[in-house]
Design a protein around this ligand. Sequence first.
Ligand code: SF4
Length: 754
Amino acid sequence: LSKKVEMTNWEKGHYINYAKMNETLNIVRQRLNKPMTYAEKILYSHLDDPHGQEIERGKSYLKLRPDRVACQDATAQMAILQFMSAGMPSVATPTTVHCDHLIEAQIGGEKDLERAKSINKEVYDFLSSSCAKYNIGFWRPGSGIIHQIILENYAFPGALMIGTDSHTPNAGGLGMAAIGVGGADAVDVMANLPWELKAPKVIGVKLTGQLSGWTAPKDIILKVAGILTVKGGTGAIIEYHGPGVNSISCTGMGTICNMGAEIGATTSLFTFNDNMSKYLAATNRKEIGDFARSYAAELRADEGAEYDEMVEINLSELEPHINGPFTPDLATPISKFKDAVKENKWPEELKVGLIGSCTNSSYEDMSRAASIAQDALSHGIKAKAHFTVTPGSEQIRATIERDGQMKTLEDFGGMVLANACGPCIGQWDRRDVKKGEPNSIISSYNRNFTGRNDANPATHAFVASPDLVVAMTIAGSLNFNPLTDTLKDKDGNDFKLSVPTGEALPSQGFDPGNDTYQAPPEDRASINVAVSPQSDRLQLLEPFQAWDGKDSNDMPILIKAKGKTTTDHISMAGPWLKYRGHLDNISNNMLIGAINSANGEANKVHNATNGEWDAVPATARDYKRKGIKWVVIGDWNYGEGSSREHAALEPRHLGGLAIITRSFARIHETNLKKQGMLPLTFSNPEDYEKIQPDDKVDLLCTQLAVGKPMTLRVHPSKGGDAFDVELSHTFNEGQMEWFKNGSALNTMAKAHKK
Ligand code: SF4
């Protein structure tokens, strides 16, 4: 285990430390004296203090030392701006930045990329120079989507990584515990502070049988999402194991882990197996695969390890699924889908099929998709619906270009987009339907919340495997089941599509394509990172004010949000992405997608000071100008979706004090704490109903103490006596300092000064 094996081919001197991990794990093993799951082994082998750390699943806060940090361009801006304000010369933990989110799909890969480079020049220049300055690996626009690049170049079994993107768990396909965090957490790790995570529970998913036919790895996670729902993975790591794993490629495992984010899981991972070794070898990392083999006993669960919950899926019986619309956990097997379309009156005509993204753009995915497209072409037909292809990385793009899959997909009618997120994150200049027009699209992406892809709330977005997406695209209809139904060939004869086929890895090896990586230079002292004060896209950060030490009385409720309030509702993506580095400008999107329980409308709230109905950000700005703090009341799983800390920074910037909900999504709750806000939950969730949007509230902040409830005093707008509601929170001692000092960053800067 003492061998020196580099973590990645792109850096020098960062070795995989299985020896240290083993040592740390053995300390914990002696203390716990019981069998451990694989997820626990990874976490505990990265403990900052294995002797003293309190360890109880679902209870303790683990202080961890991740091996790596990864940031995408939309979140990296704010993370680096925050890191800069901590005043350190370089990052303490290997870090990479990936340019993928800011490239809008319009007319096709090359042109879209060139346009993005010019539109985003200021941001790319900032990222490129700050990465060079602070010793961060920089993947330029065109390199591909963060999670593919990580899988291809950086992930390895047994490692712990944090990434400022919710689909970071994709690297679980290579046995890495890769966890999506907010930028503020990344800043901690870049600055050499231990990273804190509430010890997750572990849900085991045992796979038996074998994948075959039209059933793809994606169907496993579509099924799991249906079973566990968007809330089911909250606070848990999903650990896949069992004999069925052998029939899943490494990239297929990546797909499953990637989409585990949709069920709120902390992360998902597979135990080390041969398909991982094969993938490591195919991506020039055979030595890592061999090294992992020598540590293999700790890269799986111990015999008799206990899971908090167990799910079992027989892959031989698993049907292809289609999930959606509007939520990724509405899972319908293909055999029942036609009926569901009819029953729910979902628009039958399929307008667009989209394959690729970080979730499903592997060589295998593209080969299988191309085999179906080829089948259609050989019958003289093409895609009936619009069809787009997003390669996940430059390496995938170059390889499928060389091996012919791209040509097939283009001949079939596909538009190949840039190696970037594109329509998956709303970077889509869609022109085939008008805003507000009900229509259906289907993608092999992971997330399908309202308006995410094209900012049209009437778009019914479904998610499925790339195989089904291509098949439905040929039919141009949701009423097609490729397993049972026939299509018409060019002469009007019936035919059935053949079962898709594809290779997991290219037999000729990968073609790396264009060089898109910028390594940090040796001499970094003279590099200048400039942010123009006139910029409307980048803004240096001012520290937030510390808590005044008092209770806050008579506060208005900015909005009582009803139903799903995702981070897309709180800080919308799409056109707003360009302001990710400018806190004041992006705050103009705060909560504009949340539904006001008072009127059932979005972005229309009642201003308590002047009685007018106005937009949410304008009302918050008005309160702020008048020196009035405010709160938000939220529903279940508030802040589900992505890791974007803007959803926490914005309410803080516009003068909010607390977000009070029935429950929170984990990342968002932590992000709120980091920014010095109070994420609080109703001890009795029914109390949500007792509060009216026009009520005023007192929050007894001075009661804040670990494990103790807080009081919300409600003054009903309709008159009558004030009443108290009990609130709960999950602050620990360290996190309470964040609130008191105004933010985690203020706390860090204070410690730095000392
Ligand atoms: Fe990009 Fe979509 Fe993947 Fe997020 S989920 S990294 S937006 S492709």
